[in-house]
Ligand binder design. Structure first.
Ligand code: THU
Length: 133
C-alpha cells in the first residue's frame, strides 16, 4: 500500500504549474503534530521566480503554524526518483534537519535519506551566532 505521505505528494504533483519545463513535482511534509502539507512547483515566465514543490510545501506549512517535521516526500514521473535541489535542501535543513526524505516516482520506486545526509556541513543559524566581529 502506498504511504499516505507519498500519495499526498503525488496528488499535489497533479496541480503543478510547469508549462516551461514540463517537469511536474509534488511534495508533502508530515508535521510532528500529524498534519500533512502538500506543495507543487509553480513556474514563472521569468524562470528564476519559479518555486519548487518542496519549498512551496514548507512555506505553506510554516504559514499554518507548523515548525517541526518528521518526514518529507517528493514525487516525480521519472525513471529514478528525483533528489531535491540545493535551495530546497537548505530550507529543509533549517526546519527539519532530522526529517526522513522519501523520494518516489510514479512506478513506486522509493529512495530514503535524511535531510542531513543530503546537505552535509550546511550553513545555518549556528554560523550566524559564531561570527567574529
Ligand atoms: N523542481 C522542484 O519542484 N523541486 C526540486 O527540488 C527540483 C526542481 C522544479 C522546479 C522547476 O519548476 C522544475 O522542477 C524544473 O527544474
Amino acid at each position: 500500500m502506498t504511504d499516505p505521505l507519498i500519495a499526498a505528494a503525488a496528488a499535489a504533483r497533479a496541480h503543478a504549474f510547469a508549462p516551461y519545463s514540463q517537469f511536474a513535482v509534488g511534495a508533502a511534509l508530515e508535521a510532528a503534530d500529524g498534519r500533512i502539507f502538500p506543495g507543487c512547483n509553480v513556474e514563472s515566465a521569468s524562470y528564476g521566480l519559479t518555486i519548487c514543490a518542496e519549498r512551496n510545501a514548507l512555506f505553506r506549512a510554516v504559514c499554518e503554524g507548523a515548525r517541526s517535521f518528521l518526514r518529507v516526500a517528493v514525487v516525480t514521473d521519472t525513471e529514478k526518483p528525483t533528489p531535491p535541489c540545493g535551495a530546497c535542501r537548505q530550507l529543509l535543513w533549517e526546519f527539519a534537519p532530522d526529517a526522513e526524505v522519501l523520494l518516489a516516482n510514479l512506478r513506486g520506486d522509493v529512495v530514503k535519506y535524511t535531510v542531513g545526509e543530503l546537505i552535509p556541513g550546511a550553513f545555518d543559524q549556528q554560523q550566524l551566532t559564531a561570527r567574529r566581529g
